[in-house]
Design a protein around this ligand. Structure first.
Ligand code: AP5
Length: 207
């Protein structure tokens, strides 16, 4: 069965980490607006480049992001969607273009989120995700999977991370409320090892 899963949670809640595991487990696409925008951050749009919004910790305008998601979902036979929707307009647009089997909210304490974001390192070759304390690579600064260099994301400085958390609280809380009111939201405690959190999500998806 091909799943259509939506993963919600604050920056640093572990959406990217868990989406990769879900995509692997169920053989579905990992659709992530953050990665799609980072890959196109210098693309000229009528609103400016995605980079200008991302470096300030702000949301990229809805029409740009909606188009990316629509194209990605049309081409996927089953997906886990991560990083979208981030406001009510995006949530309503998503409901128009697809039906979801599971909506999972990862819950993590605010200061734990700041620690996770500022300590995150990503491989600049294959995109694999590490943390300097919680998920260190075998050799400092080197990706276990491909030997690529591990770098800090431009928006993972403490100042921008805190700004992103504020933007999340303002814009995405109504999205959570929207799915809660629809009775489809399942809340999962995201404070445990990645494998333990994954077991909790799998229980929800297969219930
Ligand atoms: P995006 O890339 O989507 O970032 P985000 O939502 O801010 O989420 P993150 O990727 O930072 O966190 P995550 O939950 O995936 O955590 P991860 O698994 O890496 O968006 C970036 C920007 O793009 C936005 O600010 C915006 O400008 C723009 N954008 C994106 N989507 C948009 C949209 N729809 N509309 C408008 N603009 C949009 O984990 C974090 C760290 O914690 C890692 O180091 C990891 O190793 C570690 N970790 C993970 N799980 C655990 C665990 N269980 N225990 C300990 N450590 C853990």
């Amino acid at each position: 069965m091909s799943h259509r899963i939506l993963l919600l949670g604050a920056p640093g809640a572990g959406k990217g980490t868990q989406s990769a595991k879900l995509a692997d487990e169920y053989g579905i696409e990992h659709v992530t607006t953050g990665d799609a925008l980072r890959a196109n951050k210098d693309m000229e749009t009528e609103y400016g480049t995605p980079r200008s919004f991302m470096e300030a910790g702000d949301l990229v305008p809805d029409p740009v992001v909606n188009e990316i998601v629509k194209t990605a979902l049309e081409n996927a036979d089953g997906f886990v969607l991560d990083g979208y929707p981030r406001n009510l307009d995006q949530a309503e647009y998503l409901s128009e273009i697809t039906d979801l089997d599971a909506v999972v909210l990862l819950e993590v304490d605010h200061e734990v989120l700041v620690d996770r974001l500022t300590g995150r390192r990503v491989c600049d070759e294959c995109g694999a995700n590490y943390h300097v304390d919680f998920q260190p690579p075998e050799e400092a600064g080197v990706c276990d999977e491909c030997g690529g260099e591990l770098v800090q994301r431009e928006d993972d400085t403490e100042e921008t991370a805190r700004e992103r958390l504020e933007v999340f609280e303002e814009n995405t809380e109504p999205v959570i409320e929207h799915f809660r009111e629809e009775g489809v939201l399942e809340e999962v405690d995201g404070e445990a090892t990645p494998d333990r959190v994954f077991d909790r999500i799998r229980d929800v998806v297969e219930a």
